[in-house]
Design a protein around this ligand. Structure first.
Ligand code: COA
Length: 380
């Protein structure tokens, strides 16, 4: 066995492909989609336009945008068999398990899903993105024991998602906050779930399979599941006065504080900076000011204790609070993340497969070399 094999656990630092979709500068705290700074898109654009940009490389013309929107509005209404599937099968384990299963079910319904034709892959990808608000809202309603609501024809994806989730048309501010959350989470380099989607599409599997893999990977608490855990932790801390002590205890026990730290950002995550301001204003309006103040106290305690190691709030620290203020339970936070990240998964899967190379890394073998003599079962 060669002994010069260097192991890169978690593929850390390994560059696996070239991309024109997005760039994360972890030292400067900069996030770019197709050349546009995240702050510019968050303040001026909307999720539909950002999805188009990520997939197609350029902002749409007015005609292209209206066609994209027309398709989005048409597909937001779920087919009857999908509604029936959600009614019958969801609401038992975790909404992320439901979402993974429903997206996989969409693939089972699509006769094209055995094709690896690029145009079909793109249209499958767009379909999944457009169906996400309806699916996540329906799963949420199922968990609450409420009936599933159809979208309104005059609302965009963010507003319709809020409407289908609650049955109430959102205010302009609520729509803007939701839309911005979707934009901020739409893409983020070769993170675990995006990589997972790319690995799947590299086998020439279909887009439903790639996104099912992405959703499955996003589920874990070290990735998408962190926002749910972060809010639970903020609630456990309870009030700003407890922050210093509880954080000290957690760090003393070498516990990870959810919503902090990042494999790439070693400075403040730019998405967390934007979300923090939304969290501040929306929590004040929804009577959750103390929750925000507790979070801010936790941030202060963390930065004073471990900021020197490059550990700052990440996107998940304040997003949970924003979602809660918008009326979502904790178990729906990661499905919302998946809804927005579907744009990045589709864009990056399409880009990868259009210049494809099957992913096939290797492992360093450190087991027995043998040959060991086989002992039959009856003699063991
Ligand atoms: C995201 C994450 C996995 C990336 O970290 P990473 O680059 O793999 O860094 P490591 O886990 O190797 O940690 C490096 C050091 O920082 C510490 N650290 C990292 N994140 C920490 C956190 N959230 N709380 C406390 N300590 C943390 C580790 O304990 C370790 O300390 P040590 O060197 O004394 O052993 C990690 O920061 C984490 O688990 N964060 C919490 C989960 C989370 O919020 N995930 C969402 C990411 S967007």
């Amino acid at each position: 066995m060669p002994d010069d094999q260097e192991v890169h656990k978690g593929l850390e630092g390994i560059i696996v492909n070239e991309t024109k979709i997005g760039y994360v500068d972890g030292q400067k705290g900069r996030l770019v989609y197709r050349g546009y700074d995240i702050e510019t898109l968050a303040s001026k654009s909307n999720f539909e336009e950002v999805s188009y940009l990520l997939i197609n490389g350029k902002l749409p013309s007015r005609e292209q945008f209206s066609e994209f929107n027309r398709k989005a509005r048409e597909r937001m209404k779920l087919p009857g068999n999908v509604v029936e599937f959600i009614e019958k099968n969801c609401g038992h384990s975790h909404p992320m398990s439901d979402l993974r299963t429903v997206v996989s079910f969409l693939g089972a319904l699509d006769a094209n899903s055995n094709s690896s034709d690029l145009n079909l892959q793109k249209s499958m990808g767009e379909d999944i993105i457009f169906r996400m608000p309806g699916i996540v809202a329906a799963i949420k309603r199922k968990w609450e024991g409420k009936s599933i609501i159809e979208p309104l024809p005059d609302l965009g994806m963010a507003a319709n998602f809020l409407y289908m989730s609650s049955g109430r048309k959102p205010t302009e501010e609520e729509e803007k906050v939701m839309d911005t959350c979707l934009i901020l989470h739409a893409d983020h380099g070769s993170n675990a779930s995006t990589f997972s989607s790319m690995v799947t599409i590299s086998t020439l599997a279909d887009m439903y399979s790639a996104l099912t893999a992405g959703i499955a990977t996003l589920k874990g608490p070290l990735h998408g599941g962190a926002n749910e855990q972060a809010l639970k932790m903020i609630k456990r801390v309870g009030s700003p006065e407890n922050a210093e002590r509880v954080i000290g205890e957690m760090l003393g026990k070498k516990e990870k504080v959810m919503g902090f730290g990042h494999r790439v950002y070693k400075v403040y995550d730019p998405r967390a900076r934007i979300l923090k301001e939304f969290a501040r204003s929306i929590s004040a309006k929804s009577g959750k000011q103390e929750l925000f103040e507790t979070a801010e106290a936790i941030e202060k305690a963390m930065i004073s204790k471990v900021g020197g190691k490059g550990i700052f709030p990440n996107v998940d620290f304040y997003s949970g609070m924003v979602y809660e203020s918008l009326g979502f339970e904790e178990n729906i936070f990661t499905p919302i993340f998946a809804f927005s990240r579907s744009a990045g998964w589709v864009a990056r899967s399409l880009e990868y497969v259009s210049d494809n190379r099957l992913f096939r890394p290797r492992s360093k073998y450190s087991g027995e070399m043998g040959p060991i003599e086989y002992v039959p079962l009856e003699k063991r």
